[in-house]
Design a protein around this ligand. Structure first.
Ligand code: ADP
Ligand code: MG
Length: 214
């Protein structure tokens, strides 16, 4: 199957004082239709890694290839297009949809669809309000049906605050995506998700180890 994601020797050190080395050589390959869960204790760098493969942040060193393209070699505009055109994001809480990076994504989408700059903020607020008013599943469904070109779904603890039935529904949506050839990368604390995934990896001491199932 097509290689959707290849992360090679990804390092990330936040430029805080003192600097925090969070990722110290992460490797991961993800093929079309695969469902992979990333586990690891809080603060181990799971969200950092997801943001980097989602082109919301850049690694300090190392490579992220999406669909065979070395994303580090792309212009900012080309990265934006690749993100908007091929990636889908799911976050734990509704209010996270108001997070800067999501608003940024919507703004980029508005820009690509030709909305004049002055009209973009209003459009973005309206879109966020709409999503905030819908139930979680509708919001999720909307995100996941974002485009036929979507190739990789990145989910950061998507079932974190859900009851078991709704968590099942979310997994069923991911299954539909995977069956259609979308690669699904899910960060989780949730044993149900770890058991559902085709493979699990554990982030520990800045690196990814093969999990219980590989
Ligand atoms: P996880 O998602 O596994 O809980 P994170 O990726 O959110 O972990 O965070 C990993 C580490 O990096 C934590 O120590 C966190 O405090 C730190 N960190 C995360 N984001 C930033 C940032 N923007 N600037 C500085 N440090 C950060
Ligand atoms: Mg996190």
């Amino acid at each position: 199957m097509t290689l959707v994601l290849r992360a090679r020797d990804v390092h990330k050190t936040y430029r805080t004082d003192p600097p925090v080395p969070v990722l110290t050589g992460v490797d991961l390959e993800l093929r079309a239709g695969e469902r992979v869960a990333v586990v690891g204790r809080s603060g181990s760098g799971k969200s950092t890694f997801l943001n980097i493969v989602g082109l919301l942040d850049t690694p300090t060193s190392g490579q992220v290839e999406l669909l065979g393209q070395d994303t580090g070699a792309l212009s900012a505009h080309a990265r934006d297009r690749l993100r908007a055109g091929t990636l889908g994001f799911v976050f734990q809480e509704h209010h996270v949809l108001g997070h800067r990076t999501v608003a940024e994504n919507l703004e980029i989408a508005a820009s690509i669809s030709g909305t004049p700059r002055a009209r973009r903020p209003a459009l973005v607020s309206a879109a966020l309000a709409r999503v905030g008013l819908t139930g979680r599943q509708q919001a999720l469904g909307r995100l996941l049906s974002g485009g036929e070109k979507q190739r990789l779904v990145l989910a950061d603890e998507p079932t974190g605050s859900l009851d078991p039935q709704n968590a099942e529904n979310v997994l069923a949506l991911f299954d539909e995506q995977a069956a259609a050839g979308v690669a699904v990368l899910v960060i989780t604390h949730d044993d149900r998700i770890a058991a559902w995934a085709d493979r699990t990896v554990r982030l520990r001491a800045g690196r990814l180890e093969k999990g219980v199932r590989w």
